[in-house]
Write a protein that binds this ligand. Structure first.
Ligand code: DSN
Length: 391
């Protein structure tokens, strides 16, 4: 690379990544093949439209790229293209979710999503996101005490508020979601069910988390978390006489986006193929085992694990401990100084602010990619404990 300033910064970031223990629950490390596709000449091509229906010439090759990504997405999640459509063009998770709402929910209409501090995402209708400005969020919460989803309570809210669309899928919920129950709730109030599987898509691909497709109308996912691809997103829409897929696809293009990032789509295709291998299945199994060990060991060391444990790649611990501990921000800073990278996170019914909440969120996906096993995660838990207790 001739640009020495950027070259230096890339080298510095590479060195930083190699030198730390990365427990960011939404990050991962992609393969060289994914990086190669991202850095390819495909970035030079404009291809507004969809395969076979573009607004630019010279799109024969990129049509093949996009179709291949679609085929691989169907194969990986065992979907019949007669029953599902997949849009591989969303630039990332937030635009994907906004596109679904744009297609399916009239402006001002109600979107029911988990409150942010309980584990929801900004784009599930929070006020500070456009999803809370263009639409109206009906929040639901986890239950006090267990900190788990209480489907009966969620159903009561849904029936009372009659949302147009219900979102299931969270950024900080550590347990398996009962999609069948969410379907029943959506049917009870006549809402669409959208599952945002961004966090656990790789676990679904690896067979260690139940797939949501039998129950959802729409499934969105980012591709860069447990799925271990480039930063991007997919939208799966059920194909039936309601023609939701047409509404969603039109919302992506021409509704929200211009030319798709074809290099990114190619990199997604590479990642989807990688995720269909036996090696990836083993990886997903190890991700969950490692997160469980991390939760168990931190629990043994005296840290309160939110929800009492994990069934996925992530967990939250309460570091504030009702004023006996330290704030999440201070805890994350201390860990960073010791080479452990995490993010501060709210915990359900948090008494502190999102900027300096009571908890930390920890994830096992990136370090599992680097080959770490249960014994390494025991050591990581002990190191976290030592650092957090140091004065
Ligand atoms: N930023 C992602 C996460 O960390 O979960 C969600 O957008």
């Amino acid at each position: 690379m001739k640009d020495t300033q950027i070259k230096k910064l890339i080298a510095a970031e590479n060195k930083r990544q190699k030198g730390v223990i990365n427990l960011i629950a939404s990050e991962n490390y992609v393969s060289k093949d994914v990086l190669e596709a991202l850095g390819s000449e495909l970035t030079n091509k404009y291809a507004e439209g969809y395969p076979g229906h573009r607004y630019y010439r010279g799109t024969g090759v990129v049509d093949d790229v996009e179709r291949l990504a679609q085929e691989r997405a169907f194969e990986l999640f065992k979907l019949n293209p007669e029953e599902w459509s997949v849009n591989v063009q969303p630039l990332s998770g937030s635009p994907a979710n906004v596109a679904v709402y744009t297609g399916l929910v009239p402006f001002g209409g109600r979107i029911m999503g988990m409150a942010l501090e309980h584990g929801g995402h900004l784009t599930h209708g929070q006020k500070v996101s456009v999803t809370g400005k263009f639409w109206t969020q009906v929040p639901y919460f986890v239950e006090k005490g267990s900190e788990r989803l209480n489907y009966g309570e969620i159903q009561k809210i849904a029936i009372a508020e009659k949302p147009v669309l219900i979102v299931a899928g969270f950024t900080a919920y550590a347990h398996v979601i009962d999609f069948k129950k969410f379907r029943e709730i959506a049917d009870a109030c006549g809402a669409y069910l959208m599952v945002d599987m961004s966090h656990f898509a790789g676990l679904v691909a690896g067979g260690v988390y139940p797939p949501p497709f039998a129950y959802a109308d729409v499934v969105t996912t980012t591709t860069h978390k447990t799925l271990r691809g480039p930063r991007s997103a997919l939208i799966f829409t059920r194909k039936d006489k309601r023609e939701l897929n047409k509404l969603v696809n039109r919302a992506v293009f021409p509704g929200m986006q211009g030319g798709p990032h074809v290099n990114q789509i190619a990199a997604v295709a590479v990642a989807l193929k990688e995720a269909s291998t036996p090696a990836f299945k083993k990886y997903a199994e190890q991700v969950v085992k490692n997160a469980k060990v991390l939760a168990d060991e931190l629990g043994k060391l005296g840290w309160r694990v939110v929800e009492g444990g994990t069934e996925t790649h992530l967990l939250r611990i309460d570091v504030w401990q009702n004023g006996k501990g330290i704030g999440g921000r201070e805890a994350a800073d201390k860990l960073e100084a010791a080479g452990i990278i995490v993010n501060e996170n709210t915990i359900p019914f948090d008494t502190r602010t999102p900027k300096d909440p009571s908890g930390l969120r920890l994830g096992s996906a990136p370090e599992t990619t680097r080959g770490k096993k249960e014994k390494d995660f025991v050591a990581i838990a002990r190191k976290i404990d030592t650092v957090l207790r140091s004065r």
